[in-house]
Design a protein around this ligand. Sequence first.
Ligand code: AP5
Ligand code: MG
Length: 215
Amino acid sequence: MNIILLGPPGAGKGTQAQRLVEKHGMRQLSTGDMLRAAVKAETAIGLEAKAVMERGELVSDAIVSALIGEELDAMGPDTGAIFDGYPRTAAQAEALDEILAARGRKLDHVIELEVDEDALVERITGRFTCAACGKGYHDKFEQPKIPGTCDKCGGTEFKRRPDDNAETVRTRLAEYRAKTAPILPIYDARGIVSKIDGMADMDEVTGAIEAILNS
Ligand code: AP5
Ligand code: MG
């Protein structure tokens, strides 16, 4: 199965993708995570993307689509893909169609997480992740069970994203409204879009996604 999780910054795409990976052995393909890894490794792509990401703007379509193609090639043909944060523009949606067709895959569901924009700044500015395994947490909504220790791997170091500040979030939201939300009609026309309430409790959101995958 190949699915897209679509929604603005902080909607819960990464949180829900991690849960699907654990439960179904699917692969999360997050262009944001791939770009952050490239920035950290100081590759040519990372050097180009760093300042763009810190401003909250979008990295070029060609770069992110190439990253997605490479990730898909590195996974087994039977492993399901969860696209998290990709596609984000009409050009990327078109590229994804070609990337999938070339690999004999088809898109099964586009799941839109509908959220209240006012709540997103709080979600994003409170977010942190385990530095070792990447498990996501939140100051208010999802603390580690033992304070200071990752539930998943026992790691004790955590990190915050440089673009998770109120000012950059506003740019990221504007980019979403201007360039990403307009791609929904492409998928609506194919009858594969399901909208779910991203403001619900995390477990409820997971339940709603599971119901769509089982439909
Ligand atoms: P990316 O990493 O994709 O960031 P984003 O889209 O801005 O989304 P986020 O990761 O901020 O939010 P999320 O929906 O994953 O939320 P999460 O689950 O963490 O992109 C970063 C940058 O990279 C972009 O700005 C751009 O520059 C570049 N980029 C990436 N992809 C690109 C592309 N395709 N094209 C061009 N440029 C690209 O949840 C947030 C917090 O809320 C967490 O702390 C979580 O614990 C909490 N939370 C989650 N769900 C709930 C809930 N139901 N209730 C309460 N709290 C919740
Ligand atoms: Mg994310």
